[in-house]
Write a protein that binds this ligand. Structure first.
Ligand code: SF4
Length: 349
């Protein structure tokens, strides 16, 4: 496969820049040293594919505010130490608030059922892969003491924003196979038509990633846009129709700020009115904190990294003031964050 990529790049005979939009792809690329196999002139960059990293500080602040009002906030482990404007949920717990780490939305519901005298708020983050299960539990009449603080995000509008950024030059996108398992790869057809760029859906084994890169280079060589599913053992064109139906029954899209990237139309998922009784934003006071981030946080270039404009080692704080045990930005917290991944496995070969 490495020889094949070499041949394709020789045919193209100019630099090519591809973007993936998934922390799991970055993990596979870094963990298996795939960048060391890429021919000269081919760069594969990470885009806005880490849901924890794009969760905005005011959303973390909302979760902290709810925990400080006496409710138990349940969230995924990756969110626990993500800094808000002043505090992370880990800080709030150290100060006496009740915060629990759960592995799934259904575990948060179990927590509510086991503790009927407590308010349990599930701080729900992630893309379509986790939004669908959150929707499923809301659709199944959870206990009255259960509610959801949704920070779920919807990827396609973010890809459009990145494709339109004047200082980001991308020749093709490697789309995430697990999200496409839910959404179906047909979802990307309008994007391909509008932006005239190739998209290939890829899996997560090293050979899956290389195969998707090979397909993208074929499109680039032929000067064509197009859509291809290079992960057919999991992904279909229509996706998981039952999961999609439930997800869109429960959630609607609204404009939302993705941390460090932009205000993106239609990219945040919030509960529709019929599910208002489970909406933590309507049940609790979640007034945003407005006294500004600390100066160290302002030096974080996580947004530029997720827009494909910079690499972690271009951040002055990388590996110095910012480490996995003392993270400044969200990209150093999540196992899907580029800075954390590069800290663990290295970045450039
Ligand atoms: Fe932000 Fe830390 Fe990454 Fe720098 S190294 S961009 S401060 S998360």
């Amino acid at each position: 496969m490495a020889d094949r990529l070499e041949t394709l790049m020789a045919d193209i005979d100019e630099p090519v820049s591809l973007m993936h939009v998934c922390g799991s792809h970055e993990q596979a690329i870094a963990k298996f040293g795939l960048r060391s196999m890429l021919p000269d002139g081919l760069s594969v960059r990470m885009g806005p594919g880490c849901p924890v990293c794009v969760t905005n500080m005011p959303e973390v602040d909302e979760a902290v505010a709810i925990a400080e009002q006496g409710a138990t906030v349940a969230t995924y482990g990756d969110m626990f130490r993500v800094p808000g404007t002043k505090k992370s949920l880990a800080d709030a717990r150290a100060d006496g608030a009740s915060v629990e780490v759960v592995y799934s939305a259904s575990e948060a519901v179990e927590l509510a059922a086991a503790n009927p005298e407590e308010e349990i708020v599930f701080f729900a983050t992630g893309f379509e892969t986790t939004a669908a299960p959150t929707a499923a539990i809301l659709d199944a009449d959870p206990p009255a003491n259960f509610s959801v603080l949704s920070a779920h995000k919807y990827v396609p509008p973010a890809m459009e924003v990145v494709a339109e950024m004047p200082d980001v030059d991308i020749d093709g996108f490697l789309a995430a196979g697990h999200a496409a398992t839910i959404t179906g790869y047909g979802l990307f057809e309008p994007f391909v038509e509008t932006y005239e760029l190739p998209i290939v859906v890829g899996g997560f084994e090293p050979i899956d990633v290389l195969l998707a890169i090979e397909r993208l280079l074929e499109y680039v060589r032929d000067g064509k846009a197009g859509l291809e599913n290079a992960y057919p053992r999991c992904v279909s064109k229509a996706g998981n129709e039952q999961a999609l139906e439930t997800m869109w029954d429960v959630f609607e899209t609204v404009p939302g700020e993705w941390r460090g990237i932009a205000e993106i139309p239609g990219a945040n998922l919030v509960l529709r009115d019929p599910y208002a009784e489970y909406d933590a934003r309507r049940r609790f006071d979640v007034e945003p904190v407005d006294d500004g981030p600390d100066p160290l946080t302002e030096q974080c270039i996580c947004g530029d990294i997720m827009a494909g404009k910079a690499d972690p080692d271009e951040c002055d704080l990388f590996g110095e003031e910012c480490t996995p045990s003392n993270p400044v930005g969200a990209c150093m917290v999540s196992s899907e964050g580029t800075c954390k991944i590069w800290d663990e496995y290295g970045g450039h070969p």
